[in-house]
Design a protein around this ligand. Structure first.
Ligand SMILES: [Zn+2]
Length: 234
C-alpha cells in the first residue's frame, strides 16, 4: 500500500512552510522548491513590469502625438491668420491707391446731401487741400486733407523689389532707380503745391550718431527718415 499523504499543490513560495520536524532531506527539498517558486515569481514580476513599461511608453507616444497635432493646428491657424492679414493689408493698399488716384488734392467743389464725393475726390480750386508739416528733423511732409495721401522724402531702402515686383528688404531685391526718382519728383511737386493752409512744425532737432569704426559724430538724418519711412500723417 502506498503512503497516503494529502497532496497539497503550493500556489506561491509563501505557501511553502518548511517543516522543522521533517527529515533534513525533506527540509532541503522544501527549501529548494520554495527557492524555485520564488525565482519564477520574480521572473513573472519582471515580465509584468516590462509590460507596464510598454503600456506607459504607448501612452507617452499618444500624448506626444496629440501635442504635435495641436501644434500643427495652431501653426496652420497662425499661417492662415497671417495670410488673411496680408490680404487685408493688400486690399487696404489697393483702396488707398485708388482713392489717391481719383483725388485732385484741391480745395473747392460743391458737396451736396446727394453727392459728397468731392469730399474725398477733391475740388477744383487753385488752392490745394493739403497741410504741410515740418518734421522734427526739418523734413517737410505733405498730406492731402481730402484723400489722406501723404508725401514724405522717399527713402531708398523702400525701393527694392523682387522679380514679381513686390517691395522687399534691400537684401532680397534690386533697387529701382526709376521708381525712386519718380517718387522724389512727386515729393518735390507736393512740397510746392500752393496752399493757404499754414505749415505746422515740430520742435527742431538734428540727428546724429557715433560711427562705431571712426568714433566720429556723423549726421543721422537718413537713419531718422528710415525709421519713420513707413508711417504717415494719419
Ligand atoms: Zn487728395
Amino acid at each position: 500500500m502506498a503512503d497516503k499523504k494529502e497532496l497539497v499543490v503550493p500556489r506561491t513560495s509563501e505557501d511553502i512552510i518548511i517543516d522543522v520536524n521533517a527529515s533534513v532531506e525533506d527540509q532541503i527539498k522544501q527549501a529548494e522548491l520554495k527557492a524555485k517558486l520564488m525565482e519564477l515569481e520574480l521572473k513573472a514580476q519582471a515580465l509584468e513590469a516590462q509590460k507596464l513599461e510598454i503600456v506607459e511608453r504607448q501612452y507617452h507616444i499618444k500624448d506626444l502625438k496629440a501635442k504635435i497635432a495641436d501644434r500643427d493646428i495652431r501653426e496652420k491657424q497662425l499661417k492662415e491668420d497671417r495670410e488673411q492679414q496680408g490680404r487685408s493689408i493688400a486690399q487696404q493698399d489697393a483702396t488707398d491707391k485708388y482713392r489717391f488716384s481719383v483725388c485732385t488734392h484741391r480745395k473747392g467743389g460743391m458737396a451736396s446731401s446727394r453727392d459728397v464725393r468731392v469730399l474725398s475726390t477733391g475740388g477744383n480750386s487753385n488752392q490745394y487741400a493739403v497741410i504741410k508739416h515740418q518734421m522734427i528733423n526739418g523734413d517737410i511732409w505733405v498730406r492731402c486733407l481730402r484723400c489722406g495721401r501723404t508725401w514724405a522724402p522717399p527713402v531708398e531702402k523702400n525701393f527694392f523689389f523682387d522679380e514679381k515686383g513686390r517691395q522687399v528688404a534691400p537684401a532680397d531685391g534690386t533697387f529701382d532707380k526709376a521708381k525712386f526718382t519718380t517718387a522724389v519728383e512727386d515729393y518735390k511737386r507736393a512740397t510746392m503745391l500752393e496752399t493757404n493752409n499754414s505749415m505746422s512744425t515740430s520742435v527742431q532737432c538734428r540727428f546724429s550718431t557715433i560711427d562705431l569704426e571712426t568714433g566720429k559724430v556723423v549726421d543721422a538724418a537718413d537713419l531718422y527718415r528710415e525709421s519713420i519711412a513707413s508711417t504717415n500723417l494719419r
